[in-house]
Design a protein around this ligand. Structure first.
Ligand code: ASP
Length: 322
């Protein structure tokens, strides 16, 4: 009997070793609340990735602390290729913002490839008396000390953009952190907060329907999507040199087998060629990555360069969390 059981166990482990990755569902951890822009990229991408990988993809939202809770969860997950993180520029800004980051951005992950770049927009509650950037600047000046700025926590893209915005206008605002910009948007729509910076993938529809006021885009160039083409860049509107675009990439825990990393990366490259996915992303102002940053080592090099780029900017602003 004993021999039979050990033979069965040996067979089971040999089958597991030979089974082709992935042979069970993959979880993509989104480090922000459901319904926001990071979640949207993950959900849209998971549909095309599912076709490529032949497996169900489960999205798990682990919001909080500007994306660092979700990133920490993946850094500590089993390195078997079945837990993956989809994160944005926060991968590169958190190291400068947190004195005790619970993971090492460059050391604790396998880099799986980048996904897209997305501009942000500066938006406000529809009841704001200002409708244009010059009017907004006057309103800010007249309401110093009373302005609320929503964000998705220290380390989020909305936090970075808001930080740069406060620096540019030289006015400190009260920041209100949420687990993601989906719940922040709910409060902005309800008029509980005044302003927010967020990815066009989350703001386009609200701008189009007039539910929020849009003041400008955060990139150096204007955008071409119908809803956003008329918006000035913040630089044009007087905030000289303002330029921030968000990017998303995928990560697995350090030690994930190379074969699984390569398989995931090939599936990602194929998924990013899906015409429907590209159309959906472009309609919301996002640009799919087609350059060398689709490669795992180029992705890592890019994040390293972004850490070097944003670190001094954040340190100059003097914002830290323990
Ligand atoms: N857009 C958010 C940010 O500020 C995150 C999210 O909710 O997707 O980083």
């Amino acid at each position: 009997m004993k021999t039979l059981i050990s033979a069965a166990l040996m067979l089971a482990s040999a089958t597991a070793a030979w089974a082709e990755y992935p042979d069970k569902p993959i979880t993509i951890v989104v480090p922000f609340a459901a319904g926001g822009p990071t979640d949207k990229v993950a959900r849209d991408l998971s549909e095309v990735l599912r076709k490529q990988l032949g497996q169900t993809i489960i999205i798990e939202n682990v919001g909080g602390a500007g994306g660092t809770l979700g990133a920490a969860k993946v850094a500590k997950a089993s390195p078997d290729g079945y837990t993956v993180l989809l994160h944005h520029i926060g991968m590169a800004t958190a190291p400068a913002l947190y004195r005790k980051l619970p993971y090492d951005t460059l050391g604790d992950f396998e880099y799986l490839g980048m996904v897209n770049e997305v501009p942000m927009t500066l938006i406000g509650r529809s009841t704001l008396p200002a409708s244009t950037m010059p009017e907004l600047l006057k309103w800010i000046d007249a309401n110093k000390g009373k302005i609320n700025l929503a964000n998705a926590g220290l380390g989020a893209a909305s936090h970075l953009c808001g930080l740069l915005f406060q620096q540019s206008v030289k006015v400190d605002m009260t920041t209100v952190p949420y687990k993601g910009t989906a719940p922040a948007m709910t409060d902005l729509l309800g008029g509980q907060v005044d302003l927010m910076c967020d990815q066009t993938t989350n703001t386009t529809q609200q701008i189009e329907s007039g539910k929020v006021k849009a003041f400008g885009v955060t990139t150096a160039k204007r955008l071409h999507t119908p809803a956003l083409a008329k918006l000035p860049t913040l630089d044009e509107a007087g905030l000289k040199g303002f330029n921030v675009a968000i990017w998303h990439g995928l990560y697995a825990p350090k030690g994930t087998p190379k074969a699984s990393v390569d398989k995931f990366n090939s599936a990602l490259r194929a998924a990013l060629k899906d015409a429907e996915f590209i159309k959906r992303e472009e309609a919301l102002g996002a640009v799919i990555i087609t350059d060398s940053r689709l490669g795992t080592s180029e992705h890592r090099k890019f994040v390293e360069a972004e850490i070097g780029k944003w670190g001094p900017v954040i340190k100059a602003a003097g914002q830290y969390a323990d």
